[in-house]
Design a protein around this ligand. Structure first.
Ligand code: BEZ
Length: 304
């Protein structure tokens, strides 16, 4: 059994479809089916139920899937960490969700660059779920996200819990003369949430905050990204619930108000490959805590 067999099986199990898996792997479908067949023969067990649509894993297949994912992630980790050890020039590739760009991320990156000028820093916008995959593929070294998804190969540190605010069109009745809004006051509004995909996303976090109070907005519109959500608010198409730091995206036609409900918060998370304790990551974490201390931001310190 080779890593290739694991990759092929995981693609089929992820996609629950041979055609999509073959496309994702950039191979034709017949060789993919043959490899899965070979794998089943070698193991002497059936991994995928025969003649069932949509495709379903057997109990052995489900067991194999979980462990194959772990082994592939470990292989990717081994590759990137070995490359890192062997590399002369040092690098740090960062994945981030858009809202962190309007908060502390630019300051954190500037300070890191100034202090560690020999490290090549790069940035990519990715949703939290995309960050998990990018970490496992070795495409990024650290992700700053918001969704608390569990993955056995990823170490996650909650940096802080950020308050949520509501973005309202400038002429909205709630935007005038108020210093805060209660979630219940938003139930008659059209709520604009983002990102539409991949899920779970920040959109689900916002909907969960509302459903915890049994609040169902009268209409929910899903949009691709934060900037579109705020643009739609400016066009008076609805209201959006966003992290406090989004107020850094100033617009004269949008008003941001704090949400009074205490549970209306969103975490800022630091995600890395489980075994990665590189100097670059330690330095990045130290700078984040340093900036929190300077800004008087509450947090619980964790070591990598
Ligand atoms: C923050 O706003 O707390 C933050 C943003 C990006 C990276 C780290 C922390």
């Amino acid at each position: 059994m080779e890593l290739r067999h694991l990759r092929y099986f995981v693609a089929v199990a992820d996609e629950r479809n041979y055609t999509r898996a073959a496309e994702r792997l950039h191979i034709a479908q017949p060789p993919l089916s043959r490899q899965i067949q070979q794998l089943e023969e070698e193991l002497g067990v059936v991994l995928i139920e025969k003649g069932v649509r949509p495709l379903r894993l057997t109990d052995a297949g489900t067991f194999f899937y979980a462990h194959a994912q772990e082994l592939l992630a470990k292989a990717a980790e081994l590759k990137t960490m070995t490359q890192r050890v062997g590399k002369i020039e040092r690098s740090l590739s960062i994945g981030f969700v858009a809202s962190t760009l309007y908060g502390l991320l630019p300051q954190i990156v500037r300070r890191f660059r100034a202090r560690f000028a020999d490290v090549d820093v790069s940035l990519q916008e990715l949703t939290t779920m995309q960050q998990i995959q990018a970490l496992k593929d070795g495409a990024i070294d650290v992700g700053f996200g918001r969704v608390k998804s569990e993955d056995p190969n990823i170490r996650r540190i909650v940096l802080r819990e950020e308050r949520l605010v509501v973005a309202l069109p400038m002429e909205h009745p709630l935007a005038n003369g108020r210093d805060q809004v209660k979630l219940v006051e938003l139930q008659t509004e059209c709520l604009i949430v983002y990102p539409k995909a991949p899920r779970p996303s920040f959109a689900d976090q916002v909907l969960a905050v509302l459903s915890e109070r049994a609040i169902a907005p009268y209409k929910v519109v899903e949009v691709r990204e934060l900037q579109i959500a705020i643009g739609m608010v400016a066009a008076a198409q609805g209201v959006a619930i966003v992290p406090d730091s989004v107020q850094g995206m100033k617009r004269s036609d949008v008003v941001y108000l704090p949400i009074a409900d205490r549970h209306a918060i969103s975490p800022v998370m630091f995600s890395v490959r489980k075994l990665d304790r590189s100097e670059e990551l330690q330095n990045m974490l130290a700078i984040i805590y340093e900036i929190y201390d300077e800004a008087g931001i509450a947090y619980v310190r964790e070591a990598l």
